[in-house]
Design a protein. Structure first.
Length: 185
């Protein structure tokens, strides 16, 4: 398991559209998940200890950001052949078990992860109402274990600023997580 950090936010980079199947049987694209003030695109998976450590915090933050006009979607791009816990069936199980308040979709070809430049799970891309990138940082100080309960909520605060002003904070701390499990063809 390689641990990687995300690159610095490329402010203004435009979100790339996609059409991906959700565990709920529907297909999702940018238009179907974008909200009036922006969109949070998350690359997550089921097996990664970094994701498991913050799963409940992601749910909390997405619920609170929705109230501020920010939509959200979670994309799973790992190759499940070596990580069966990340299979489409297990994605559905996890989404139901945790009552994900966002679509959980499968990027089977890994084309979306490559187009976005996703490098790890979790990897967060926060866009404003024009679908311009404004946040590419961490959720909070969590690593493989959840940070203290009173830890600063970097992602939430950054996306709240995006909702209010259309611009993200200039200083962002990279997310860290397990590398995307790329398909070997």
């Amino acid at each position: 398991m390689a641990s990687l950090e995300t690159p610095v936010c490329d402010f203004g980079w435009k979100a790339i559209d996609f059409d991906l199947p959700g565990v709920d049987g529907k297909h999702y694209n940018l238009a179907s998940v974008k909200s009036e003030k922006g969109l949070l695109v998350m690359f997550i998976c089921n097996h990664c200890p970094y994701v498991k450590a913050v799963r409940e915090r992601i749910i909390r933050d997405v619920n609170e950001l929705r109230e501020q006009g920010i939509g959200a979607i979670a994309i799973m791009s790992n190759d499940p052949s070596d990580y069966p816990e990340d299979s489409f069936e297990n994605m559905g199980r996890v989404a139901r078990e945790y009552a994900y308040p966002f679509p959980y979709v499968w990027d089977e070809t890994q084309e979306v992860a490559k187009a976005y430049g996703a490098v790890c799970t979790p990897d967060f891309f926060g866009f404003n109402h024009k679908l311009e990138l404004q946040y590419r940082g961490r959720l909070d100080a969590s690593r493989k274990e959840a940070a203290r309960v009173d830890a600063r909520r970097d992602l939430f605060e950054g996306m709240l600023q995006v909702a209010r002003t259309g611009a993200g904070p200039k200083d962002q701390i990279p997310s860290i997580g397990c590398s995307i499990k790329w398909r070997v063809d």
